[in-house]
Design a protein around this ligand. Structure first.
Ligand SMILES: *[C@@H]1O[C@H](CO)[C@@H](O)[C@H](O)[C@H]1NC(C)=O
Ligand SMILES: *[C@@H]1O[C@H](CO)[C@@H](O)[C@H](O)[C@H]1NC(C)=O
Ligand SMILES: *[C@@H]1O[C@H](CO)[C@@H](O)[C@H](O)[C@H]1NC(C)=O
Ligand SMILES: *[C@@H]1O[C@H](CO)[C@@H](O)[C@H](O)[C@H]1NC(C)=O
Ligand SMILES: *[C@@H]1O[C@H](CO)[C@@H](O)[C@H](O)[C@H]1NC(C)=O
Ligand SMILES: *[C@@H]1O[C@H](CO)[C@@H](O)[C@H](O)[C@H]1NC(C)=O
Length: 362
């Protein structure tokens, strides 16, 4: 453990280089420097044959740095170090597997040791080395740790829908991710999104959520049915990647209360006439008007053309009226009237009619 990284041939060569150059004429200097620099790089490569391992983590979360090693080194001590890997640069070793915010675990069967760095801060980004302690030179693998903010995204797609309706969240992705798993979660924390996914592409239907991946179009669609106000809020569409952070797009869903231009409670008397006012937006003057009865607008029964109910236009005031000439007890209930036969939410009047006996005359 005494000679860590300083055992690398590079440093010795660097000292040699400085002395050597001191003696050379300035004309030759550039070439020699290049040559020696190349030798130096080459020597270092011998000790880190695997190449650089790139790892990315989220600020505030943890990251796993996994390094493999060759057969025969199972029982050797492993460690993670920073900077030049001097003794004071060693962060954690398998001989003491927990230190500060570092944990190390050696999977001897897979021959991979994994260091977990928790509570990531911006200063944790940079170069690390995975080391295996040996007699003489240790074995090193370079690790580059990058950090990303645990939030998303600069652009947010806004969607509005209504209680009781269904809505599709359309998530576009790049064509190279055709075969990657897709998922969606609440909130806007990329680090926990997959773990808390409402639905993933492995599982097309989950309660009110359905996920369809259109690989040709490069979008996946999440259909949420029976929306409630609780469904309002932020969502992240995620595409899972293997060795890099997943890619996300952000959606803001607003579920509006289902009603209406107006909600009216009205009382009528058996045998008497009654007039109901149905306001509508001015731009709907030429649209078909309708009246229906039932607790839910989606399933209410159309009574527009029943002779007992007469619709009388009142275009100039943006309302029409429904006249019932002789009220019956059975007329009590919930009515909806509006000016849009497509029955989109919002442009309705909800009328709750109660019908009472006439008390004044006998
Ligand atoms: C790190 O590895 C551990 C053990 O396999 C796992 O439980 C944890 O979720 C991993 N953390 C991250 C951020 O991938
Ligand atoms: C969502 O799925 C339901 C049930 O399959 C379907 O009736 C509805 O039209 C879909 N909604 C949207 C917005 O695609
Ligand atoms: C809505 O969310 C709140 C808090 O998250 C919860 O207490 C409540 O039960 C939810 N309501 C419905 C109808 O799901
Ligand atoms: C009501 O009558 C009108 C005119 O006859 C017709 O155009 C309309 O389709 C009818 N509506 C319904 C719901 O039957
Ligand atoms: C038209 O509507 C207005 C406002 O609701 C009402 O005052 C007026 O009496 C209505 N006129 C007719 C002819 O129904
Ligand atoms: C009512 O209808 C008008 C015209 O179609 C539309 O612009 C408006 O958004 C609708 N209102 C609601 C609340 O849906």
């Amino acid at each position: 453990m005494t000679f860590r990284k300083s055992n690398c041939g590079c440093d010795i060569f660097r000292i040699f280089l400085v002395r050597f150059l001191f003696l050379q004429s300035k004309a030759k200097m550039g070439t020699l420097q290049n040559l020696l620099f190349t030798i130096c790089i080459a020597l270092r490569c011998v000790t880190s044959a695997v190449g650089v391992i790139h790892v990315t983590g989220y600020v505030g979360r943890e990251v796993n740095v996994s390094c493999s090693y060759d057969e025969g080194y199972e029982s050797y001590e492993k460690y993670l170090c920073k900077n030049d890997c001097g003794d004071s640069d060693v962060l954690v070793t398998t001989s003491e597997s927990r230190k500060n915010k570092y944990r190390i675990n050696d999977d001897k069967t897979a021959r991979i040791f994994t260091t977990t760095i928790s509570d990531l801060h911006s200063e944790d980004a940079g170069k690390y080395w995975c080391g295996v302690t040996r007699n003489g030179k240790d074995i090193y693998t370079e690790v580059e740790l990058k950090l990303a903010q645990d939030s998303c995204c600069d652009t947010v797609t806004k969607i509005e829908s209504y209680e009781g309706f269904s809505e599709s969240i359309v998530c576009p992705y790049e064509s190279r991710y055709q075969n990657n798993p897709k998922y969606i979660c609440r909130g806007n924390r990329p680090s926990t999104c997959l773990q808390q996914a409402l639905i993933t592409s492995d599982n097309k239907q989950n309660g009110r959520f359905r996920l369809d991946d259109d690989k040709l179009l490069g979008t996946f669609t999440v259909n949420i049915s029976s929306l409630t106000k609780n469904d309002s809020g932020s969502y992240l569409c995620g595409v899972k990647r293997n060795s890099e952070l997943d890619v996300f797009s952000a959606v803001e869903l607003k579920v509006k209360e289902w009603c209406c231009v107006k909600s009216i409670k009205i009382k009528g008397t058996v045998g008497q006439p009654l007039s109901l006012q149905c306001p509508y937006p001015p731009q709907h003057q030429d649209k078909g008007k309708f009246l229906c009865k039932g607790e839910q607008l989606n399933s209410c029964k159309d009574i527009t053309n029943q002779s007992r109910f007469q619709l009388e236009g009142n275009g100039s005031f943006s309302s029409f009226s429904v006249v019932i000439t002789k009220l019956e007890e059975a007329d009590a209930g919930t009515y909806w009237c509006g000016s849009d036969s497509e029955r989109r939410p919002g442009n309705y009047t909800k009328i709750q009619l109660s019908v009472g006996e006439m008390k004044t005359f006998k």
